[in-house]
Ligand binder design. Structure first.
Ligand code: ZN
Length: 605
């Protein structure tokens, strides 16, 4: 069956924005310049192809462009790249009443009979227009018989006919047809283009958008112009001309960006009370917690993508939102992000089965408190968090001791009682040592951008963070880090950390406790744990030293070579910069879990 073009539109009583603002000229088709300029040129030069294949995601302008091409070819003022849209030919195409521009919807009909009928009709010259145009929508739905019937016509087209096949699934189009068509790939529309379209139509329609409302609409439109405008329709039907963020969120059931940003911030800060309050607020506001969990996963995923590939444009969004996401991405470590995503994804499954609030809260608390969980992923997330702080520290002052004034001096305290201005953008400045022995629950509630890291230090944490300690030390003094590598933390008492070295490492044991290095260790431990631990070293003599001798010797030689190499590098000024140190830290992070397990099974005396 051949139907008039507009019959396929959704039957709605009002004129939808999509229909009202459907592009009527090549210039009005947004985001597909690579297609429209080529087509316009072909019309102007009087050399249109006889068969086109338009591919691309739904709602990106394929059918609109096909109709504009039909008008360009048949406009009484043409053929022209700028059809007037007023002559009877143009109007007939716009209305879907043209007898010479025909649309076949392969999705709603099998197509065989249509194509037979078409094949018979195609031999007749156009009735009123210059060119007959057949627009075959969803052409991938045509049956094999349908395509075969078509092939004959496409192979030997009568001069007065142009075919336009449109599809979202070009791989289903038979190669014999593909090879006889000129193909144009319509692109998914970038978020900023769609946002521009929303704002432009908003002006024409007298709409006012609250900040962030367009972001949400575009997010729901998912790269499709048609879907974006239909979302805008739904939203304005509810909110009226003043499009509020809350209104959009309610219609779409989506979660405002600021709540997702707040979620990620609270996870980064280990701020459990804030997360629980947030869930309470969501529930009170009637926001679907399942939708929230879904959006939070998407948000964290965006942060992760921005971390691993900041310049790859993997995150599709408006430039404003991208800037906000990028600013937040550096606050969480990769492992920490992945763990949070996993926890929330698991929670989503549990939330589908029944209670929504409890699994969500548990997942958020776990994500915020890697200290509270003993699984390897939590440990890795915990180290990730430490490593992130080392990165920040070394980026600020790669080699200056903690007592040096920082690059961002804080203003002198105001004599009056007004609160000090909050410096949120600056990386954490060097800081005074935090008091020892604070309760963990209290400590974890401190935001990460506040001077003290929220870490409660005990022997277990120092052991688990040993690689992070070595990495932090490496940035400051390589040789010292190399010497400490063979030691292992065995006791922590009264701010004194005991490091045990095996037999044959007496030299190393002596070096690491030299008085001149004490400030360096104090700085590293303060950075990592908020406490300036002091170092004590012991050399452990194994009971069966005879049996272990050759191994020990070999290790000693290896170790000495490492130290010599590190010393040479240090003298050559080859001190790793922050980026290299970061990469090293990430690499050693991979090894840390294994190393930790070994240390646990090794006898400690
Ligand atoms: Zn015209």
């Amino acid at each position: 069956m051949v139907t008039a073009a507009s019959d396929r539109e959704d039957a709605v009583s009002y004129v939808s924005l999509y229909r009202k603002y459907r592009p009527q000229t090549f210039a009005e088709v947004i985001g597909q310049d690579h297609v429209t300029t080529t087509l316009a040129a072909a019309v102007v030069e009087g050399r249109p192809h006889h068969a086109y294949l338009f591919t691309g995601p739904r709602g990106t302008g394929k059918t609109s462009t096909a109709r504009i091409l039909a008008k360009s070819l048949n406009c009484e003022a043409g053929p022209t790249a700028t059809p007037d849209n007023t002559c009877p030919q143009c109007v007939a195409v716009t209305n879907g009443s043209s007898v010479d521009v025909l649309e076949i919807d392969a999705a709603s009909h099998g197509g065989v009979d249509d194509v037979r009928e078409l094949r018979e009709r195609v031999t007749f010259a156009p009735i009123a227009a210059r060119t007959k145009v057949y627009i075959v929508d969803e052409c991938h739905m045509l049956s094999t018989a349908g395509w075969n019937a078509f092939l004959k016509t496409v192979e030997e087209p009568p001069g007065h006919v142009v075919f336009i096949f449109a599809t979202t699934e070009p791989h289903k189009v038979p190669p014999t047809i593909l090879s006889r068509t000129q193909r144009f790939d319509f692109r998914r529309l970038p978020a900023d283009v769609l946002a521009g379209q929303c704002n432009q139509l908003g002006q024409l329609e007298g709409l006012e958008f609250e900040a962030g409302a367009v972001d949400l609409i575009v997010r729901a439109g998912d790269g499709s112009s048609r879907d974006t405008l239909s979302v805008l329709d739904q939203v304005t039907a509810f909110t009226g001309a003043h499009v509020t963020l809350a209104g959009v969120a309610e219609v779409l059931g989506s979660v405002p960006d600021e709540l997702l940003v707040e979620t990620a911030d609270a996870i980064a800060d280990g701020d459990v009370p804030r997360l629980c309050l947030l869930v309470g607020r969501l529930a009170d506001a009637g926001i679907d917690l399942r939708q929230y969990a879904k959006d939070a996963v998407e948000h964290l995923r965006s942060l992760f993508l921005l971390q691993v590939a900041p310049d790859s444009a993997l995150v599709e969004t408006t430039p404003e939102r991208l800037a906000r996401l990028s600013a937040q991405a550096g606050r969480l470590g990769r492992v920490e992000l992945l763990r949070a995503i996993e926890l929330l994804a698991e929670a989503q499954a549990a939330m589908r089965r029944g209670n929504t609030r409890l699994p969500l809260e548990i997942a958020l608390v776990k994500a915020a408190l890697p200290e509270a969980a003993g699984d390897p992923a939590a440990l890795a997330a915990r180290l990730d968090r430490l490593e992130l702080r080392i990165g920040l520290e070394s980026a600020v002052s790669p080699s200056t001791p903690a007592s040096t004034p920082t690059a961002t001096p804080t203003p002198a305290p105001d004599p009056t009682d007004t609160p000090a201005p909050r410096i949120s953008e600056a990386p954490p400045p060097s800081r005074p040592p935090a008091p020892v022995g604070r309760p963990a629950a209290q400590v974890t509630a401190i935001p990460a951008d506040s001077p003290s890291p929220p870490v409660a230090v005990d022997l277990g944490l120092v052991q688990a963070s040993w690689t992070a300690v070595l990495d932090a030390l490496k940035v400051r003094k390589r040789t010292l880090a190399a010497q400490l590598t063979e030691g292992s933390a065995v006791a922590l008492d009264g701010g004194v950390l005991t490091v045990s070295f095996r037999a044959g490492y007496g030299f190393h044991a002596g070096e690491v406790v030299r008085e001149e290095f004490a400030p360096l260790f104090a700085e590293v431990f303060t950075t990592l744990f908020g406490v300036p631990l002091r170092l004590r070293s012991v050399v452990h003599e194994p009971a069966d030293s005879a049996a272990g001798n050759s191994t020990e010797e070999r290790r000693y030689v290896e170790q000495a070579a490492d130290v010599a190499e590190a010393e040479a590098a240090e003298q050559a000024g080859d001190v790793p910069d922050a980026e290299v140190a970061h990469d090293q830290a990430v690499e050693t992070l991979q090894r840390t879990l294994g190393a930790t397990v070994l240390e646990e099974v090794r006898p400690t005396s």
